[in-house]
Design a protein around this ligand. Structure first.
Ligand SMILES: *Cc1c(COP(=O)(O)O)cnc(C)c1O
Length: 372
């Protein structure tokens, strides 16, 4: 039996009748940009996340960009972000004209290491972007007190962690702005691109509402320059159907992660195989179940692939080693040894909610056979 890394049909097709109905409703409404479906989706996301304001955005990448624009980040500014993350975190900073400054990460949660951030702070630092990677929250207490001490804004990159919490608080509601993605592989996976920003500040909410639509307010009057960062009404309508199931999806991912942790803890020796941590306060939603396999990662990946088990390396090249960032200042690119180490050690295995026990058994058995 082959086990794919992700099977979007297993999640979407049981909802087929409902999704078709929603498509038909939007088709017949003739309203494709903004409008009722968009507003309803935003209200429901805000409620689900416990956020005051939520605005749907064209993608998770655009959500990061609009967040940085709303905070006035631009040329001459530096923004601290982890080196071990998906490219969009860093690319968005760069595209505002600001300089991404890459910090090292922790081996437990894979999130930004505040000691590294402290070492990279300069008089130009304006903001920090903690990334809640793979479904698990970053160390928000340390990040928040560091940011407060130095007057930095916090944009939380919650693209991989819709519904995750930190000490009971929803990720995305702790910093100034939370930024989410509905890319199909994310925990709330859409039917194309989509994203969301959340904020507790009415002022930032108003500014982002304006920025999303060319900075326009009222119609054809532009006091600031925004862009077209709108998410389609159809996408919002379809995602409303899936949002109702987000609790089940998270429970399914957690059940699968717990299965692996139970099975694999017998062979995990902390040297050749290291299981992902699930810190009590971290409210993990398991977008990925990421193993560390020092020295034998590529070998394990080949072993799983040969057995028809989907697995992937998130991420093989940390940001401080990307060619496009080679000309960034020295302090942005130096001293990220843990990011280098993780890039050489990690491999993610299937953890999507619809996996059945026989599939989980297949994956676990394949890993056991590799180490025996
Ligand atoms: C997916 C992702 C993004 C970007 O989201 P898109 O919707 O694909 O633009 C940003 N940051 C992280 C950490 C991501 O995983």
């Amino acid at each position: 039996m082959s086990v794919p890394l992700l099977d979007v049909n297993a999640q979407n097709l049981p909802l087929e009748a409902e999704l078709k109905q929603v498509f038909e409703n939007v088709l017949r409404s003739g309203r494709f940009i903004l409008g009722d479906e968009v507003e309803a989706f935003e209200k429901e996301c805000a409620a689900a996340l416990g956020a005051k304001h939520a605005i749907s955005i064209s993608s998770g990448t655009d959500a990061l960009i609009i967040a940085l624009m709303a905070l006035g980040i631009g040329p001459g500014d530096e923004v601290l972000c982890p080196s071990f993350t998906f490219f969009a975190t860093a690319g968005s900073v760069f595209r505002t004209g600001a300089t991404p400054v890459f910090c090292d990460v922790r081996t437990d949660c894979f999130g930004i290491d505040i000691e590294s951030a402290k070492a990279k702070l300069t008089s130009k630092t304006k903001a920090i972007i903690p990334v809640h990677l793979f479904g698990q929250s970053s160390d928000m207490d340390a990040i928040t007190s560091f940011a407060k001490e130095h007057g930095l804004k916090i944009v939380e990159d919650v693209a991989q962690s819709f519904g995750s919490t930190y000490r009971g608080r929803a990720c995305g509601t702790i910093g100034e702005i939370g930024s989410f993605s509905f890319f199909p592989s994310k925990n709330l996976g859409g039917f194309g691109d989509g994203g969301l920003v959340t904020t507790e500040s009415f002022e930032l909410f108003e500014k982002m509402m304006r920025l999303r639509n060319h900075g326009m307010h009222p119609r054809y009057y532009h006091s600031i320059v925004g862009g077209n960062f709108r998410m389609d009404a159809l996408q919002c309508a379809l995602l409303r159907v899936k949002l109702h199931h987000i609790g089940e999806y998270a429970a399914g991912r957690t059940r699968n992660a717990n299965y692996y942790s139970r099975r694999l803890s017998a062979i995990a020796d902390g040297t050749n195989l290291i299981l992902p941590t699930d810190r009590d306060h971290a409210g993990h939603v398991w977008n990925q179940y990421t193993l560390r396999v020092p020295g034998r990662r590529d070998e394990l990946k080949a072993h799983l692939t040969a057995k028809g088990i989907g697995c992937e390396i998130y991420y093989p090249v940390p940001m401080h080693r990307q060619e496009c960032f080679a000309n960034l200042p020295e302090h942005s690119l130096s001293n990220c040894p843990v990011s280098d180490q993780l890039s050489a050690e990690v491999v993610s295995i299937p953890v999507y909610p619809e996996l059945v026990e026989a599939q989980l058994d297949e994956v676990a058995s394949a890993i056991e056979s590799f180490f025996s």
